[in-house]
Ligand binder design. Sequence first.
Ligand code: ARG
Length: 459
Amino acid sequence: SQNQMWGGRFAAGPDAIMEAINASIGFDQRMAAQDIQGSRAHAAMLGAAGIISNSDSEAIREGLHTVLSEIKSGNFPFRVDLEDIHMNVEQRLKEVIGAPAGRLHTGRSRNDQVATDFRLWVRDQTDAAIEGIEALMKAFLQQAKAGADWVMPGFTHLQTAQPVTWGHHMMAYVEMLARDKSRFEDARRRMNESPLGAAALAGTSFPIDRDMTAAALGFDRPAANSLDAVSDRDFALEYLSCASICAMHLSRFAEELVIWSSAQFRFVTLSDRFSTGSSIMPQKKNPDAAELIRAKIGRIFGANVALMMVMKGLPLTYSKDMQEDKEQVFDAADNLMLALAAMSGMVGDMTANQESLKTAAASGFSTATDLADWLVRALGMPFRDAHHVTGSLVAMAEEQGCDLPDLTLAQMQSVHPQITSNVFEVLGVENSVASRLSYGGTAPAQVRSQIARWEAILS
Ligand code: ARG
């Protein structure tokens, strides 16, 4: 049979396959609350502007309330033949309140309706992401406080580079997450314009009040161009790119956790709550949550690319292609929130093994740069020469199978006669980190002042 919403010009109903490819109700029912919120704002405005009677406006708003409770209680009879959430809600409204339901769609189209619903949904998710990121920042901050001066190896190329502090490493993630948070905040400001009232694409001849609906829905203002309002999905793409960059940061720390929790590193012990076992190897405690977080970036960035591809060829304004926006964002949002929550749990629970960190920090000639700097400072040697002399000393230590502080003064002087015993003061890892006092450096004093700064911001 014909579609009850738009079937006026049709003699026959759609093929089953047509219905299957066209319907979005299977996923866009997740926007039910936003759809009803938008419709209630629209109905209130239609009444206030005298476009429909106040009694119809009220009946519509109350009916929508009933429909929402039906959906929330799980008793709503979703129908695929009604395509999407918008028509499912409107049809049910008609069953609940009768004739006045037919006046709700005055001065509105599904094009501005879906753009409004989706913006509200993405805005909620943006707020949720900001909250999730803040929680994770606090977890990293706690870790940093607990081990502000614990020494560990700093890596480049995953090769031992220079000693750093555990607190410094944790605070690096606080900085990354702070940028992620500010990216979401920035995107939220731009997305917060109301498409409602753009109607199909050209606006409407009814004397609607777009400022009123925008304010009712918490938007800063109505979108200024109706063509743009119905065809813009930048807000979803911005959400996805913010989510991608954030997920990339989570993935990098997840990778570090996988490495650090291995028997070869033993830098951290993950809690039982965030680990799994093996069905054959009894000794195993696997960092599965970290691995899955590491993998989530794939689908989140995939969603970003997919929606970019959907949008790039579309002439203005609405095309049905745009219905493909939602599943990508839904999936990305679900997985970003899951990854943030799992990471917060893992970071909150994990124990850094101070002894293993320190032992590792002292191996791999990690204070070679300190030695070279000493040659510059104490002997006035040009840095390039100091680099070369230090390289020879490293080669000597490697040959002896020992670390730099284990070389004797006589051995050192055989490479460069002016070296004095004072050199040994700079070869210890604690001295090394304490000396990195430049702003933003790894010295515990610097790290503590960064911790204090972020604690003030986050409290
Ligand atoms: N389900 C549609 C979507 O998600 C709603 C908008 C339909 N508009 C239209 N003119 N067919 O995009």
